[in-house]
Ligand binder design. Structure first.
Ligand SMILES: NC(=O)c1ccc[n+]([C@@H]2O[C@H](COP(=O)([O-])OP(=O)(O)OC[C@H]3O[C@@H](n4cnc5c(N)ncnc54)[C@H](OP(=O)(O)O)[C@@H]3O)[C@@H](O)[C@H]2O)c1
Length: 284
């Protein structure tokens, strides 16, 4: 279907630097077309020095909404008029809506991850979760799992003090969730309902961030890496018959949640998934 741009077409997009490799434009344009919305989604490569003027541009050009990606997710916060409590807890914004010149920031990454767990029929409430990694994506996942009332979250990171700092920051913030930094050996000895890989290990190398044989008990595995679609960690989970998912669901559902934040409409999930899979196919 050809895209007809008119005087009434709403403009959405993504701020990033670089932004060339993003999957969001084809995914969101497919969604807008599927629901017959007169809207277009464009990539905006915003140099860090130009972030303030780019945000002003959202107002002056009446751009309806944007996603925000690396390296702007934290730095953009002071320029916004309102930031949701979830995004404030995470300390990063990945989606902005322009409400008649008032810029509202939120973060859909963690919620996207939690929604992807539906594919495992896994519900975080009351569960014990191990997270490998303590980077940017860990923060959004940690907040979403705590907001979904996970009971225990254990953090393991190569640079142990980063996990320790995250645990100290989050342990007291959520009354129903205990967050603790542990070593990988300690994690192996626990009974874990869900193990999540948020490290980059397995993305560009043939390595795994953990040996699943060594877990005392492990029920589910999620790797947020989406390319390759099956990391060494996920291959091992399959060999051991442990139900597992990759990061495609997180990528998809953060986009679906952004679509809903902008339009107040349910996203056409299957159209967006098909578009993503088509884009990822050559890499899978
Ligand atoms: N599916 C999705 O929608 C989605 C969304 C966001 C990110 N991701 C993926 O998630 C991964 C992490 O992204 P991020 O933004 O959180 O990255 P980040 O902030 O740079 O954090 C990277 C993490 O990986 C760890 N790490 C890196 N190399 C390692 C190694 N050789 N051994 C052990 N740990 C290592 C780092 O540990 P140190 O602290 O010790 O350096 C850190 O905890 C990437 O693969 C990214 O593609 C997926």
């Amino acid at each position: 279907m050809t895209l007809l741009i008119t005087g009434e077409t709403q403009i959405y997009g993504i701020f990033g630097y670089p932004v060339k490799h993003t999957f969001s434009p084809p995914m969101q344009n497919a969604a807008f077309q599927a629901v017959h919305r007169n809207a277009v989604y464009l990539p905006f490569e915003v140099h860090p020095d130009q972030l303030a003027t780019a945000v002003e541009g959202l107002r002056s050009l009446q751009i309806a909404g944007v996603n925000v990606t690396v390296p702007h997710k934290i730095e953009i916060i002071p320029y916004l008029d309102h930031v949701t409590s979830t995004a404030l807890r995470i300390g990063a914004v990945n989606t902005i809506r322009n409400d008649a010149g008032r810029l509202i920031g939120t973060n859909t990454d963690g919620l996207g991850f939690v929604r992807s767990l539906e594919e495992l029929s896994f519900h975080p409430e009351g569960s014990t979760i191990g997270i490998l990694g303590a980077g940017g994506s860990t923060r959004s996942i940690l907040v979403a799992l705590a907001e979904a009332n996970a009971q225990f979250i254990y953090l393991v990171n190569r640079t142990a003090h980063r996990a320790q700092r995250l645990a100290e920051e989050f342990d007291t913030r959520f009354p129903d969730t205990q967050v603790q930094a542990v070593s990988l050996d300690q994690l192996y000895g626990l009974s874990i309902d869900l193990l999540i890989n948020t490290t980059t290990v397995g993305m560009k190398d043939d390595l795994s961030p953990a040996d699943l044989h060594r877990f005392h008990t492990l029920h589910h595995v999620a790797d947020i890496i989406y390319s390759p679609s099956q990391t060494p960690l996920l291959k091992q989970a399959e060999a051991l018959n442990i139900p597992a998912i990759n990061g495609i669901g997180m990528l998809l559902y953060q986009g679906c949640e952004a679509f809903r934040f902008w339009t107040n409409q349910t996203a056409p999930t299957e159209i967006m998934r098909a578009q993503l899979l088509q884009l990822l196919q050559p890499r899978i």
